[in-house]
Each structure stands twice: as structure tokens, then as C-alpha cells.
Design a protein around this ligand. Structure first.
Ligand code: CA
Length: 226
């Protein structure tokens, strides 16, 4: 049976989009547009996961979480507005299982959902490390190493590298990368991708004498072993 997800989000457009994507992935989805209804559903229904916006009418996401936790240990991923409450949420780590900052790429949300469901379902061993050649990414620890040496990446660099690794040996267009890493409502130039590819090359390929990130002229980029 497919997993049941409760989505509590008052931005209807975003809620509809997320619902559609989740259903497409095979999840069952229920939606609440305010905190009170969200809490009611969360307490009443048997959900495998709750996606919980923070800024909600009626009852804030924080309050929903606090009340929910008195009765339930269902995994909760908080949806937060741009950076504003990240610190506050990070401090909540014992209560929320994870959080994601808007705007987010749907791929990232799906990856977090899979991770949260795994954590609960005891399928933990299934998370494969992402790797190419001597480069290894530990998504849960948010860590990248080359030959065992730690590489510091910014969030965007990390997300871009992750998307390349998840599609190892497959050529990705700039548009696809932009969409996956910068998100559905990004407004800007596709050359952001080129700029960040350059950052990654300098930190990975150049720093370690490797050639992992390849340009496919007129198409885009691919990560692969030489
Ligand atoms: Ca909101």
C-alpha cells in the first residue's frame, strides 16, 4: 500500500503543485489549508508523514507540531519561508524531523520525504551513497569527500552536485539543472548553472586533479568518471 502524506499548507498554488507531484510519485495525499484543520487531520488520520508549513492561519505550524508531538511521533518535515525561521526550526530538531526552505526544488522535497520515511520504516540501509570515482557524497550528513578529504561546498553547490550525481553518466541540460536546483519559481539566467559548475570544477576537479564534470557542447553537463 502506498504511503500516506498529510500536507498542511495555506498557499493554495504551492499546495496544489506539491500534491500533484506527490501523487505522481505514488503517494496518497491529504491536504489542509490551515493549522487547526491540519492538526485535526494529523491526530485523526494514520499518516506516514506530515509536511507542515510554519506560517499558517488559525494555528501556526510550530503550535501544530507541539500539540501533535504530545500524541504522535509521525515524521514531520517543516516547510519554511526563505531563511527567516531556519534557526528557530533548527533548534527544534528533536521535534521536527527535517525542514526545507521555500522555494524548494521538488526533487529535493522528494528526497527528504524518502529519507524521513526510511528513517521511520527501518529501511535505513537502503540509502546508497552517491559517488563518482573518488568523490563520495553523504546526503544525510551533508558532506562531500574526495579521497577521504572533506570538501566545503555552499548549499547551491551541494545541491547542484547532488543532482549531477543522482543522474550520473546522464547528460543534463542547463534548463533541467536550473529547474532541479533553483526551483520552479526561479527567475534568472541559465548561466547561473555555468557559474556554479565553474565553482564545483575549481573545488573538485582542479583541486584534486580530476576530470569528473564534463561539458557537452550545446547541450549541458554530465558527471562521470573519465
Ligand atoms: Ca504559509
Amino acid at each position: 500500500m502506498s504511503e500516506r502524506i498529510l500536507l498542511v499548507e495555506d498557499e493554495e498554488k504551492l499546495a496544489r503543485m506539491v500534491e500533484m507531484e506527490l501523487k505522481y510519485e505514488g503517494y496518497q495525499v491529504e491536504k489542509a489549508l490551515d493549522g487547526r484543520r491540519g492538526l485535526e487531520l494529523a491526530l485523526g488520520g494514520s499518516f506516514d508523514l506530515v509536511l507542515l508549513d510554519i506560517m499558517l492561519p488559525q494555528l501556526s505550524g510550530m503550535e501544530v507540531l507541539r500539540r501533535l508531538r504530545r500524541e504522535s511521533q509521525v515524521p514531520v518535515i517543516m516547510l519554511t519561508a526563505r531563511d527567516s525561521v531556519v534557526d528557530k526550526v533548527a533548534g527544534l530538531d528533536s521535534e521536527a524531523d527535517d525542514y526545507i526552505t521555500k522555494p524548494f526544488a521538488i526533487e529535493e522535497l522528494l528526497a527528504r520525504i524518502r529519507a524521513a520515511l526510511r528513517g521511520k520504516g527501518g529501511l535505513a540501509a537502503q540509502s546508497l551513497p552517491l559517488a563518482v570515482g573518488p568523490l563520495v557524497m553523504d546526503v544525510e550528513k551533508h558532506q562531500v569527500t574526495v579521497r577521504g578529504r572533506n570538501v566545503e561546498l555552499t548549499k547551491k553547490e551541494f545541491d547542484l552536485l547532488r543532482h549531477l550525481l543522482e543522474n550520473k553518466d546522464r547528460v543534463l541540460t542547463r534548463e533541467a539543472l536550473l529547474d532541479a536546483v533553483w526551483g520552479f519559481d526561479f527567475v534568472g539566467e541559465t548561466n547561473s548553472v555555468d557559474v556554479y559548475i565553474r565553482f564545483l570544477r575549481s573545488k573538485l576537479d582542479d583541486a584534486f586533479g580530476l576530470k569528473l564534470i564534463h561539458t557537452v557542447r550545446g547541450v549541458g553537463y554530465v558527471i562521470k568518471e573519465d
